[in-house]
Design a protein around this ligand. Structure first.
Ligand code: G3P
Length: 219
């Protein structure tokens, strides 16, 4: 599978509303020029507008059908907003194990993809049993630190890739602290199928340059 870059916009001020749209436009431009698949995960309220510009995933989804489920982000609503999938079980939005499985299935049923986050190789192998479309391993202590997982914890990436491949053919991304093209290159070198990042892109003074360099480092 060709490597992917997933940009999680989280709930930063710098990536809300019009700012989210601008970051999506940049992602679309860089993807077109580089040929690298770039998926952006804006906040739920920005999804529909951002989906007009680039490939989008939600940051979270609930395995609810349409109906009386206040506050839920349903797969049907995501589909209607033209999202292509959803992140699940992000470190900042952890889900019980069985709920992850149900939600992967509900998304698939709606024709949507899922990217399940894990904290280490053990959890990567556990969630691989649900056969999501992607798994992203992110050691929580490195998230937002600027210290990249590919530098600080390469073994977590290597072991996650191995552990997942023993269970299912699911591409494994890595994230946490990914800050520059060198971090991306190292991640790919460790066997990752791509990267998941947030703060370096959202807070960059020149996000287009940064993303173009990262896409160029995908090999
Ligand atoms: O989902 C991406 C994430 O948790 C990593 O965040 O800011 O370290 O790139 P960051």
């Amino acid at each position: 599978m060709k490597p992917v870059i997933v940009l999680n916009l989280k709930a930063y001020r710098e990536s809300t509303g019009d700012a989210a749209l601008r970051l999506c436009e940049i992602a679309s431009e860089v993807s077109l020029v580089s040929g690298v698949r770039i998926i952006v995960a804006p906040q739920a309220v920005d999804l529909r507008a951002c989906a007009r510009v680039c490939e989008v995933f939600a940051q979270h989804s609930d395995a609810m059908d349409a109906g009386a489920f206040t506050g839920s982000i349903t797969p049907n609503a995501l589909k209607d907003a033209n999202a292509l999938g959803s992140l699940l079980n992000h470190s900042e939005k952890r889900m019980p194990h069985e709920t992850i499985g149900k939600t992967v299935a509900a998304l698939r049923e709606a024709g949507l993809q899922s990217l399940v986050c894990s904290k280490d190789d053990e959890e990567s192998a556990q969630v691989a049993a649900f056969a999501p479309d992607f798994i992203a391993v992110e050691p929580p202590e490195l998230i937002g630190s600027g210290i990249s997982v590919s530098n600080a914890k390469p073994q977590v990436v290597i072991k996650s890739v191995e552990a997942v491949q023993r269970v299912a053919k699911v591409p494994v991304l890595c994230g946490a602290g990914i800050s520059n093209a060198e971090d991306v290159k190292k991640a790919i070198g460790l066997g990752a199928n791509g990267v998941l990042l947030a703060s370096a892109y959202v807070k960059s003074e020149d996000p287009k340059k940064l993303l173009a360099e990262m896409a160029g480092a995908m090999g």
